[in-house]
Design a binder for this molecule. Sequence first.
Ligand SMILES: Cc1ncc(COP(=O)(O)O)c(C=O)c1O
Length: 395
Amino acid sequence: MEGKDSKAVVFGHALKKEFFVDDNVVCANTGSFGTVCRQAFAATEEAVKVSQKNTDLGFLYELPRRMRRLRSRVAEFVGAKESDIAFVGTATHAVSTILLTHPWKQGDRLLMLSLAYPTCSFAADYVRDRYGVEIELIDVDVDFDGEEFLKTVRERFEAFRPKMFLFDLISSMPVVLTPWEKVVELCREYNVLSVVDGAHSVGLLDLNLDKVQPDFFFTNTHKWLFAPSGTTILYVSEKNHSLIDPLPLSYGYGYRKEDAKPAAPFAERFRFSTYMDSAKYLGIEGALDFRATLGEEAIRRYTNEIANKGAKIVADALGVPFTPAPFPLSMVNVELPIKEVPALATEEFWKKHNTFVRTCEYKGKWYTRICGCIFMEESDYERVAVALKELCGVN
Ligand SMILES: Cc1ncc(COP(=O)(O)O)c(C=O)c1O
């Protein structure tokens, strides 16, 4: 595999030393928490040290200066204007912020997907219960047909007339890749606010947010980008800056009240909300530096290829069909031959096997999700297969 600078990059176990993961631990569940690379952790550590040398000046000047630099770099990475980018802790934090601070009116309508991430559904339930927002779900199947989906979205827009459509770019479990750019276009056509749950996106695919122009978009940097945990990019297109406020509300809200039309700079309002956590976000710079040494395209290819090879190993061992995941998906559904959560799935069980994968039930079938990672090799998935065979009682 070739890196950006055309130096040969060796993916697989040789790269494990760039992370903190124990040698004997197999990470087949990147899609949940990701894992921080040493360079990202070092960038965070450095930011803590620099700011703590002179706490007041560090917090008042140095960290804000570095956060502006980070914002500019991240904006370039995701193809957005710096002024449309802010940082929040998690994707859950992002979706709560978008939904809970939105100026809903009684009877407004929110459209979502049947496989929305649970914490997105909780935020939707909250606005239903508090503001009387009506919610409808589009039913999505695992063997997903993009064209059919677009037709259904159009039909639901015409019949349900939602104010907002919250949908996944790549869903969590089971894994489905939506034609998100076309969905955003449809939203524009029908004057529906698009909220894209892109939790799984940065690090997996090229983003050009200014071109696609979703209304709201968020993506975890701790899942696929190797940044510290609890770091998420929030993009809000300029025309929607006044439709969102940070949670928690902080000093930035004062600016908004004094200057309600137009609202004070979105990114500035959000900066106050993440004030105490700046060092954590600054780790994203280290992650980007590390990735640049390997090459984005090479990282994505390897991660996708190894995820598919791994999923095939697991599927073959379990005796179930294998359907490869298209690029850029680096998470592959594998159907499990079970009818309920096996009682075996305890901490002790996963500890014994030194690995972990998630399981879920969807529409009466059980799945696991096999994820790729740059330091994984086929032999790792053989170990996952052994664990899953035991879990599912397959001989
Ligand atoms: C599609 C999707 N949305 C939202 C989330 C929530 O992410 P977070 O843990 O950052 O809140 C996840 C987490 O796995 C996810 O997969």
